[in-house]
Design a protein around this ligand. Structure first.
Ligand SMILES: [Zn+2]
Length: 446
């Protein structure tokens, strides 16, 4: 057994000795879910464990984030182990918060249990003296892209610059001293085969709030005096659908608009109709192209009806690129923890995460590990197997922190620099008002 194996064994034994505590953390957070940027109680739990394990920390980062550092006594890279603090809105979930409807229906409670389990293992086993480099334990706020209006309000009031936690932490410089970042997301046998696995990549997106503004009028007596904003929205949906044949299969574009307000009263021509959509794609370029086509479709619909359309675009996440060297490390790890046959390669993912933003800047690992049952974001989701859901992720994170392959950094090619990232994402914030009626009157006056 080599030195790394010995250290890993020592840490895993320590984690096993604290098994009840780690499971207790995961279950306590499951019963106290909080939405993004509001995870104060959850952050308090994190701080309490950091205090007990003797880790000094900074808190209130991007409103609720907490960052602790374990300094190894040998030189080496800095790896951030991450866990996400936030829950989702699933009011019918049996363990939802009765006041807010928040529920841990994505297993982020297990991420925090895993993160704190790794912190307990790495500090209480005494391996720090043999550790090369630094390990940062980072509890990050607001991964789920929800309560968009609330978060746009935070941005407008200057409380944040972005709508998700890792984006905000990048902006605040909290990753400036980090070389690579690792987290483990929960999954379930209902969704993924095998005990653990990894997609090479997943989609990025931008979000759009859309408002068609027409003119109200009596819907029966003189509809000709109105401008029907609902008809414009309907045309917009058709025009967006007409773009789909131009999306290349390899770009994995997904555009999924909804109408959130269809009118006011049935006997009045709808004068205000609201829509929301995400535009997702596999690469930043494909994302820009698809978003441009969606805007064009929206303007075209406004022109057809002679109404106005307001298009508010806000930055979503950039595409995730799982680092292949870190993926290799994880694969080996899964073999040790679960057995030879349990690792799976997943295909490219259609969903999105703000770990994607980080993965454009540094090597990032965002794999899945089983332990849950049910489907993500649904009422049947829960961590059913406490060992696989809470304890094994702690071991995996701690083992990877000990073993970090040195060639990860030398072979990593960033997608962009931090400055380029900020410039690109901040430029996405844009509100356009296009007046389809004015286009027509300009043409007539020529
Ligand atoms: Zn999640």
């Amino acid at each position: 057994m080599n030195a790394v194996d010995l250290l890993q064994r020592q840490v895993c034994e320590t984690i096993d000795a604290h098994r009840a505590e780690i499971v207790g953390i995961g279950e306590a957070i499951m019963d106290a879910p909080e939405l993004g940027f509001k995870e104060r109680q959850t952050a308090d739990r994190v701080k309490e464990v950091f205090r007990r394990t003797g880790l000094s920390f900074d808190d209130g980062l991007a409103l609720t984030g907490v960052k602790a550092v374990l300094q190894g006594e040998k030189p080496g890279p800095t790896v951030a182990l991450m866990g996400e603090l936030d829950a989702l809105l699933v009011p019918d979930h049996p363990r939802a918060c009765p006041e807010t409807g928040a529920a841990h229906a994505c297993g982020h409670n297990a991420q925090i249990a895993g993160l704190l389990g790794a912190a307990i293992g790495l500090t209480q086993s005494g391996v720090a003296k043999d550790l090369a480099g630094r390990v940062i334990f980072l509890a990050v706020p607001a991964e789920e892209y929800v309560e968009i209006d609330y978060r746009i309000g935070l941005v407008k009031r200057g409380e944040t610059s972005f709508l998700t936690g890792k984006q905000e932490l990048i902006k605040l410089g909290l990753f400036d001293d980090v070389d690579m970042a690792i987290m483990i997301h929960s999954t379930s046998p209902d969704v993924h085969d095998g005990s653990a696995g990894l997609s090479p990549s997943s989609n990025g997106f931008v979000a759009k709030n859309i408002c068609f503004l027409g003119k109200a009028s009596h819907a029966g007596a003189y509809p000709e005096r109105g401008i029907n904003a609902l008809n414009a929205a309907q045309l917009a949906l058709s025009a967006i659908n007409a773009q789909r044949e131009t999306f290349r299969d390899e770009d994995c574009v997904r555009v999924h608009p909804i109408i959130t307000k269809g009118g006011d009263l049935v006997n009045v021509v709808p004068s205000e109709v609201r829509m929301e959509t995400y535009v997702r794609a596999k690469t930043p370029e494909a994302l820009l192209d698809a978003a441009m086509k969606v805007d064009r479709a929206l303007r075209g619909a406004a022109m057809a009806l002679g109404c106005r359309v307001e298009i508010e675009t806000v930055p979503g996440n950039l595409p995730l690129r799982n680092d292949p060297r870190l993926a290799e490390l994880f694969r080996n790890n899964v073999r040790v923890l679960f057995g030879d046959q349990e690792y799976r390669d997943y295909p490219h993912g259609g969903g999105s995460t703000d770990a994607g933003d980080l993965s454009q800047l540094m090597p990032v690992l965002h794999p899945m590990m089983t332990g849950a049952q049910g489907s993500h974001h649904q009422i049947d989701w829960q961590i059913a197997d406490h060992n696989a859901g809470y304890v094994l992720p702690a071991k995996s994170l701690a083992m990877m922190a000990i073993e970090l392959a040195r060639d990860v950094l030398s072979r990593f090619v960033p997608g962009m620099t931090k400055d380029e990232y900020l410039e690109r994402q901040l430029a996405v914030f844009r509100t356009e008002t296009f007046d389809g009626g004015a286009v027509e009157s300009r043409r007539e006056s020529k």
